[in-house]
Write a protein that binds this ligand. Structure first.
Ligand code: CTP
Ligand code: ZN
Length: 155
């Protein structure tokens, strides 16, 4: 590969949002979190694309759609390396890294089967913490039990 800019692998968009540098294996998860199955706008995505920084990456592009910070920060749970790019009139208008939220509501199930959120119609709520190795874990607001990365189940 030389350094010349070739064509974009995934079509350029005129206006909208690009979510780049998603870990390849988590593209579908991000797709689901953003409820892209429900949108009527054009959506492009690619996975297992080459990335100098991350080896293999995924990318999602959504036309004419801009997301609120809290929506974007949720995806940091599964795609902490993601870059959020706003495109306006074909130009990169802004580019930011996603940041992990300090608390999350209603995205993940509580691991404790006896938690009120698993027994009644109560929206889950967690404080986001990191363990000694830097891995994310979630402390339930209701039962205080920890849901760690390996047993996170997304709604
Ligand atoms: N992009 C797009 N439509 C445009 C302009 C850019 O979909 N009209 C996408 C590109 O495909 C790229 C991202 O927006 O994935 C960022 O564009 P740019 O900053 O030009 O790309 P790079 O320099 O390759 O970014 P990085 O080094 O951060 O990967
Ligand atoms: Zn709980």
């Amino acid at each position: 590969m030389n350094n010349k800019r070739k064509e974009l692998i995934v079509s350029a968009i005129s206006n909208g949002t690009v979510i780049d540098h998603i870990p390849a294996e988590n593209v579908y998860q991000v797709f689901k979190m953003l409820k892209l199955d429900k949108t009527s706008h054009q959506v492009y995505f690619g996975t297992n694309l080459e990335s100098k920084k991350y080896g293999r990456k995924g990318i999602i592009k959504i036309s004419d759609t801009y997301f609120q910070d809290e929506v974007i920060n949720k995806i940091a749970l599964v795609a902490p390396t993601a870059t959020l790019i706003e495109i306006r009139d074909y130009e990169v208008y802004s580019k930011v890294s996603v940041s992990i939220p300090t608390s999350i509501e209603g995205i993940v199930k509580c691991f404790n089967p006896n938690c009120v959120t698993n027994k009644e119609e109560v929206t889950t709520k967690f404080e986001v913490l990191t363990d000694e190795t830097g891995k994310l874990k979630l402390a339930c607001h209701y039962c205080e039990k920890i849901t760690n990365k390996n047993n996170m189940v997304f709604f």
